[in-house]
Design a protein around this ligand. Sequence first.
Ligand code: ADP
Length: 270
Amino acid sequence: QGVIIVQVRAAMLGEEYILLLADDRTEITRTEEIRNDFVANVSHELKTPVGAISLLAEALESSADDEEAVRRFAARMHKESARLAALVQDIIELSRLQAANVAQEGHPVDINDVISEAVDRSQLPAESKNIQIVIGGRVDAKVYGDQDLLVTALRNLIDNAIRYSPENTRVGIGVRAKEGLIAISVTDQGEGLSAEDQERVFERFYRVDTARSRHTGGTGLGLSIVKHVISNHGGEVTLWSQPGQGSTFTLRLPEMEGQAPNAKEPKDAA
Ligand code: ADP
């Protein structure tokens, strides 16, 4: 049907329009492909914990007399259901993001509030690995957008920094304002990423080590949520990393006009 419309319009409107409409159609087909891939990936990802829970329930039924086995199976069921809940939560977050219209429904958001809320919420996982979160610098500036989504994005970066770093290390949060952009960076002393992985980590469900990510509670969706949130706010996310030397993820967001940037040099963002 689309092809017929393109042909009729092409006959009426000339070559320039032929190209334009043909391009639009390619874009629609590509979006459909991405959506189909996503549905296939989601089904696959959901099947793993659901299958595990079902097997564990069977095992529980048949070992009702063995107290130790019951405890073991119940603990594993708990873990798998937590994983399922995290996955469902991230999938909902991603679809909410696709429908969100931050440009029209946002509010002025203080960047310091975003940082302190995200850091507060990451404190528990950090403590469990004795990782210190160090905030360097302060910028009294606002961005236009959705505070909850911005906190979610930054928190995903901090949680990853903690998840992929050894115990007793530091995670640095740096912030600065320059040429109308606010940059927030999250630096870790973790395992880092190869050049090849750096190109792919923002893809949905891409993980360098699937088993490890699952084991530590990752869903493979964190960075694609970050990317969506930031592009919905008219910004971008970049990554610097060296295997074995850690990573720095940087969010750049347009500063709200009428706010004078008041950046102080970060003291310690390592
Ligand atoms: P996950 O839920 O698996 O953490 P993400 O989308 O957040 O999914 O990240 C994708 C993959 O990128 C992770 O599985 C991990 O392999 C890699 N990764 C993300 N952040 C870091 C980091 N700070 N250091 C090293 N590897 C990272």
